[in-house]
Design a protein around this ligand. Structure first.
Ligand code: PMT
Length: 409
């Protein structure tokens, strides 16, 4: 987020924009300035040109500009647009989608975030029409930086002062940091197994467990919100699919493995992160009965064979994938979890104590302890909703991934 358009509209606080432009340049931003006609009555384009090292953009229909940085190009160039100060007139136009000058046109044409810093007389700022326009702009996705209260250039005292340039920079840097954090998994394909597998005994009976898929589905939502493209491989799960998440339903462990291997082999959409929250049945019957087994005997012995370990297989066959396991244990939880971290060649493991009825299987809450490959660090995520645990875990995965690729790549 380095390319910033600083847009200046007509207002006495436009003089602060010059200081702000200087601060932006000093802090490593590439700054291009747009000035409205009224802004130029308060401060000259030449000042801003000298401070930013770039020609200032003032005209919508400027033939020379259209050849170089026309309004569409300018809109595409920007990672971020910041309007400081933003006059009541410009706010009204933006709220209506009017595009009658360069600034308003660029705001309509850009996909970048637009931050607006309203600054005006306190009476104007208090006007219901202005408040309505600000609300509309917020609803449209513009970010409003509230003005300060205090003595104004006109002598009035009240809300409407443009914050000082240092404060504007602080807000901007904070905003960018949050944006970057919120996109921690951007460009990553995350595959998550969730829920219980069902292992048929005969056409009407099966072996399974109590997993509902809540933990896995919460993680799918959290990873999607961090910018990942997410595929859920779901066992026996009766939950709605989270927004913008692809879902493949399977029944047995063998099917779950086949789907995961198919996804891992897809070179057009390689998996970056594999998270196994599924409670895979460890055994299946050796020979599934083709017809319903009759109750002809007092006792029935089932001959079971071990199911493939999906997580271990995926991580062994694809060491480039960042693999995350879950350990469900009822005793010696941490010891067993650390053992699985090594045995299954994982990058991370989250263990939960499934002997507790208030967390784990079926519950809306969970509490986990996370261990990392080659490290003694352990992170404890205290009991809270599975949604919150998922957000924290997705964030941890994003951080670990960043570290891994910083050191390795
Ligand atoms: O679905 P919920 O009701 O929300 O409950 C969540 C949960 C308790 C199921 C979840 O938090 C959890 O702990 N999932 C892992 C359950 C489990 O099978 O743990 P495990 O310790 O047996 O297996 C270790 C890891 O290997 C797990 O990541 C598991 O998905 C994976 N595994 C296990 C066996 C197998 N055949 N294939 C696997 O991939």
């Amino acid at each position: 987020m380095k390319n910033i358009i600083l847009a200046i509209t007509g207002g006495i606080s436009a003089y602060k924009s010059a200081f702000f432009a200087r601060l932006l340049v000093k802090n490593g931003f590439n700054v291009r300035v747009i000035m409205t006609k009224n802004a130029q009555a308060f401060i000259t384009p030449l000042t801003l040109q000298a401070l930013t090292g770039n020609a200032v953009h003032t005209e919508l229909l400027d033939t020379s500009a259209e050849l170089g940085m026309g309004h569409i190009e300018l809109a595409k160039w920007a990672d971020l647009v910041m309007i400081a100060p933003a006059s009541a007139n410009t706010l009204a136009k933006l709220s209506m989608g009017v595009a009658d000058d360069l600034l308003t046109t660029v705001c309509l044409a850009t996909t970048a975030c637009v931050l607006i810093c309203p600054a005006m007389n306190q009476q104007m700022y208090a006007h219901p029409a202005l408040k309505l326009n600000l609300q509309t702009l917020t609803d449209l996705g513009y970010i409003v930086i509230p003005p300060e209260s205090g003595e104004q250039a006109c002598g009035d005292v009240g809300e409407g002062r443009l914050p000082e340039p240092e404060q504007l920079l602080d807000f901007l840097q904070n905003f960018i940091a949050k944006q970057q954090k919120s996109q921690r998994l951007s460009g990553k394909h995350v595959v998550i197994t969730a829920g219980a597998t069902l292992e048929a005994i005969d056409p009407v009976r099966y072996l399974s467990n109590h997993s509902t898929g809540k933990m896995g589905f919460a993680l799918a939502k959290a990873c999607e919100q961090l910018g990942a493209s997410v595929t859920l491989v779901a066992g026996n799960v009766h939950l709605p699919t989270p927004f913008n998440v692809a879902r493949i339903d399977v029944t047995s462990a063998s099917q779950m493995l086949a789907v995961c291997q198919m996804l891992a082999g897809d070179k057009t959409n390689p998996i970056s992160v594999f998270i196994a929250t599924a409670a895979v049945a460890d055994y299946r019957v050796k020979q599934q009965a083709l017809q319903k087994i009759k109750k002809t005997t007092d006792a029935l012995t089932l001959d079971l064979v071990k199911n493939p370990d999906i997580l271990a297989t995926i991580s062994r066959e694809n060491p480039q994938i960042f693999s995350v396991g879950f350990a469900a244990e009822t005793q010696d939880v941490e010891t067993y979890a650390k053992g699985k971290l090594i045995a299954k060649q994982l990058d991370m493991i989250a263990c939960n104590d499934v002997s507790r009825t208030d967390i784990g299987f079926g519950s809306d809450d969970n509490a986990i302890t996370v261990f990392f490959k080659g490290s003694n660090t352990k992170v404890r995520l205290e009991k809270t909703s599975k949604d919150k645990i998922a957000e924290q875990l997705a964030d941890l995965i994003g951080k670990q991934l960043a570290k891994k690729f910083t050191f390795v790549g």
